[in-house]
Design a protein around this ligand. Sequence first.
Ligand code: PHE
Length: 342
Amino acid sequence: MEKKIAGIIESFTEAAKAATDSAAVEKLRVAFLGKKGEISELMKDLKSAAPEQKKEFGQKINLLKKDVEGKLADLAAEIEKKELEALINSAERYDVTMPSSVDTGSYHPITLIQREVEDIFAAMGFTIEDYDEIVDDYHCFEALNIPKHHPARDMQDTYYLDNGQLLKTHTSAAQNAIMRKYGAPLRAIFPGRCFRNEAIDACHENTFFQMEGIMIDKDISISNLIYFMKTMLSEVFQRDVQVRLRPGFFPFVEPGFELDISCQVCGGTGCPSCKNSGWLELCPCGMIHPNVLTAGGIDPEEYTGFAFGLGLTRLAMMKYGVKDIRTFNSGNLKSLSQFESL
Ligand code: PHE
């Protein structure tokens, strides 16, 4: 028995030296500790041992078993460590801290400018409202003092649905609903996508974005309008931007204006973006017509207000120096993804 134990220790030590991977360690475990392994065989011998030797041999076999188990565990841990190191250093390694190679998206420049303008107006106490893109004739025109067959409709031809609804031509289409929702006094901006049946060129698109704003209270005047527009533009451009007011006609304001800003693409010398005029029509505006206030459930005798329809797409062109409005709807990621960092 003594000899057998010494023999097993020797052969185990030899076999352990040769084991270099976890599969070999498992084989070793089966060979020595398995049901038919060397140590189990030894247990069988124990049965035929003389009774006075049984206890002693039993203890020795147990010690041997513990010894082999311990050595196997050490060996397995050592080999596992080596295998892990090899994997880390191999081409197969997987490093979760590595930057991803998958392209990430970026915000569209219109979204960026919209959020910027929203922040500016929110800081001045305006609420931000959302409104439908498909509207009815009443909200887009009639409630805005543009009855059927009014010549002003000519400027805003759009896309009509079979059920008589239409794609809104301007964010003013939300004025009536917002006046009815909140009543006066009221300060709100409502950005939105607008559609017109346009001949497309470098500065006209059939799909574009506006940001409407209305402020209704007692004693609101044109000077309030000018103040808010100037504050917003100088925030957006981070400098004093040249503006000019021209009379403009819109049936839902009286008086009405066109607020132009000097073209930021060419600096005012003239380019295709500004049709060589040096100015860009940016923000039609005016004092809300009494008929529009009445339609919105607000008493024009008590309240006055201003409205503006900021050309968000134009503003993005100016701010980012985009020469062609078609870039925005192009889906060209090479052009669109550059704006995120600006
Ligand atoms: N809704 C008008 C347009 O798109 C612009 C506008 C808005 C004019 C508000 C005056 C006041 O042409």
